[in-house]
Design a protein around this ligand. Structure first.
Ligand code: GSH
Length: 223
């Protein structure tokens, strides 16, 4: 039996799962769907996931949607290299950071990066939409500061081993890095000139994560 993941290239929640699988060093196949071709709403995919969202995991008779559910299932099904720690304390620390990221960092990067990637801003105009962008950037900075502190004593976010928390945060920071590289002017105005300054530990962590074996395979196909 093999693991198949349905996702959209660059979709952060799908990328969480690809990262989790890579941390666990499991083999998997990816089926990329295209939003522009309405493939999430196709009859075939709605049979797989009536919510029309990615990621979805298929493994034999098992079909699962939702990035957290998939990561939790993977950890029970394949206990080696645990994503949720080996004891109650570390499991709670990992869940805490993972759900915080899902609640706060995901929202902040979405608010910040959607207009940036689609060039929908005019930062000089002082219109309310751009004020929303400035606010989103400030929230993203707040979350980056939080993660920078989190990395003060450990190689990964909750310990010296990569966990589900790292899998969930990784796509968000990669997307911020991508925006810094591709949309330097606007990101510079939003005080994201580079990641390494003012977030040196976060930048180092990003490299450490990117260098895990197999991680390149998780990169969005169009990058
Ligand atoms: N709670 C779900 C949310 C899934 C979700 O919203 N995925 C996004 C991609 S990151 C999606 O499929 N969006 C397509 C849409 O909503 O039309 C999870 O964590 O997997």
């Amino acid at each position: 039996m093999s693991i198949t993941i349905y996702t959209v290239s660059g979709a952060p929640r799908g990328w969480r799962v690809l990262t989790g699988l890579t941390i666990k060093q499991l083999d998997f196949t990816v089926k990329y769907l295209e939003v522009s071709k309405n493939e999430l709403k196709s009859d075939a995919f709605l049979q797989v996931n009536p919510r029309a969202t990615v990621p979805v995991l298929q493994y034999g008779d098992v079909t699962l949607r939702d990035s957290f559910a998939i990561l939790a299932w993977l950890d029970r099904q394949f206990p080696a290299r645990p994503l949720f720690g080996r004891d109650s304390e570390s499991a709670a620390q990992i869940w805490q950071l993972a759900t915080e990221c899902s609640d706060y960092l995901r929202a902040a990067t979405h608010e910040l990066l959607s207009p940036v990637f689609s060039n929908k801003y005019n930062i000089e105009s002082n219109n309310p939409q751009d004020q929303a962008l400035i606010n989103a950037a400030e929230t993203a900075h707040q979350e980056c500061r939080f993660l920078e502190k989190q990395l003060a004593h450990t190689l990964f976010l909750t310990s010296d081993l990569a966990s589900a928390a790292d899998a969930i945060v990784y796509p968000e920071i990669k997307l911020i890095e991508r925006a810094i590289n591709q949309h330097a002017q606007i990101m510079d105005k939003l005080r994201f000139t580079q990641l390494v300054n003012p977030y040196p530990r976060l930048a180092e962590w990003l490299n450490r994560m990117s260098e895990l074996p197999g991680m390149k395979q998780t990169q969005p196909i169009h990058w």
